[in-house]
Write a protein that binds this ligand. Sequence first.
Ligand SMILES: [Mg+2]
Length: 272
Amino acid sequence: MKNINEIPAKKAAEIKFILTDIDGTLTGPDGRIAPETYAMLWRLHNAGFKVIPVTGRTAGWAAVAITDWPVDAIIVESGSVVYYLENGSRKEFVHPSVPDDRYSVHEKIREAAFAKNPKIKVSIDQYSRFNDFAFNYAEDEEDKLTFEEAKEVLEAVKAIGAKGNISSIHVNTWFGDYDKLPASLLYLKEHYGIDDPKNCVIYFGDAANDEEMFGYFPTACGVANLVKYAEHMEHLPAYITNLEGGEGFCEAAEILLTAKENAVCEKYGVKK
Ligand SMILES: [Mg+2]
């Protein structure tokens, strides 16, 4: 991983889409989004970047957040559904592989997970999930699992045919042929007509469930707290910030804003 300050200005200036994880990436150590980070989302939005959070958070949450966050879309539950606004109206894009009987497959997942570890706790926001079934990993201190325990639960659920991953707070599982990467690629193609998003997208993340995105996008960037998961990961991002969480995101976002401004000035012959 190279320091984000080493990103070539030309490469940074090509970025049009900012895809980003939320928890651990936009949030701080207290789990909250600092005012500076939220303000940065507005600055990026106002500068013309398409900002799209890609998260394991729930559909119920995103259905509300899309109406008041300064973003163009929110891809939730590792890709099961995307919310976006069209002429001010909320729209949803459901991944075609989400099963019709999703609530009955949840029971299979629950059984497999509890057979492996009877102490695990279902995520507190499970009621607002559309297709994902999530267990607490590190969101609540009292029911925290070790990474090894979380991995065992995930493997037990995968053994019955489900997919899943481990975020910085949850073990997320589901039936359906998608994940953060294929869902993002499908949405970029269907909604924006982009066939090859490699050069116009930067992806920000902080944990093992961002690995596929890190492996695919050449300008992916981890925030500094990623280093604690690095030993468990095969694909690391090309770049890493000096600061953690939301502060790291802001650090990198300033570089993108400057690169875009410089490119525009150059195009119109404006001297700064
Ligand atoms: Mg995260």
